[in-house]
Design a protein around this ligand. Structure first.
Ligand code: CA
Length: 225
């Protein structure tokens, strides 16, 4: 999991970055809006933590850029202002959550984990890959006309794969998203769950959607190739 922290107050960024690294996240820090923009353009992040009052480009403008360039990364806004109209404006620009300063690291970590679990932001309630359809509201999955019964973990795993269609996800990424833990021992469980899920989704179909990339991980694609 790679997180970008855009924050000009060194005290805050040091404390947040140190805490997140201790939780085994990879953290890049940008100290102003412009360098935040450079990072956003150059790298792909699982989460962006964004201060609103920044030198250079403002947090709100950076957020606008992120959404305008169709990046679906979740964004957590940090602000000293507890101003309702600011909040409303930034939610409209595409912020996913808010934290008002001062905050404790524990509070931040709860929000970070929740946003990472949710994964890339997508406005659609239905995810589709070929004739496979996942309804995120009623928690139903169909392939063609056939309903597929999944356990809640299988559902979360499939949702994560489908949000990231075409992208190969490592076992570690899957564990962190679906199980919300990051210790090594759990990565074997991913193989077990993928095998079960794959059977339910692909068995009996000529077109296979699941793909295993040896030594790397798993993905779902239109044609499994
Ligand atoms: Ca600031």
């Amino acid at each position: 999991m790679r997180i970008l922290l855009v924050e000009d107050e060194e005290k805050v960024s040091r404390f947040v970055a140190r805490g997140l690294k201790a939780e085994r996240y990879a953290v890049d820090v940008a100290a102003d809006g412009t360098s935040g923009l450079d990072h956003v353009r150059a790298y792909s992040y699982d989460l962006i933590i964004l201060d609103l009052n920044l030198p250079g480009m403002s947090g709100t403008d950076l957020l606008k850029y992120i959404r305008k360039s169709h990046q679906h990364v979740p964004v957590l806004i940090l602000t000293a202002r507890d101003n309702i109209s600011d909040k409303v404006q930034n939610f409209e620009e595409g912020a996913d959550d808010y934290l008002t300063k001062p905050f404790s690291f524990a509070e931040l970590l709860v929000r970070v984990k929740a946003l990472l679990r949710r994964g890339p932001v997508t406005n659609s309630t239905t995810l589709r890959v070929a004739e496979l359809e996942l309804d995120r509201v009623v928690h139903k999955v169909k392939r063609g006309d056939k309903n597929i019964d999944l356990t809640s973990k299988e559902f979360s795993l499939l949702e994560y794969l489908m949000i990231n269609t075409g992208r190969v996800l490592s076992r570690t990424m899957i564990v962190e998203h679906v199980w919300d833990q990051s210790f090594e021992g759990l990565t074997n469980i991913v193989d077990v769950y993928v095998r079960q899920l794959r059977k339910k989704i692909d068995e009996g179909h000529e077109r296979k959607l699941f793909r295993t990339v040896r030594g790397v991980g798993y993905s779902i694609t239109e044609d499994g190739a």
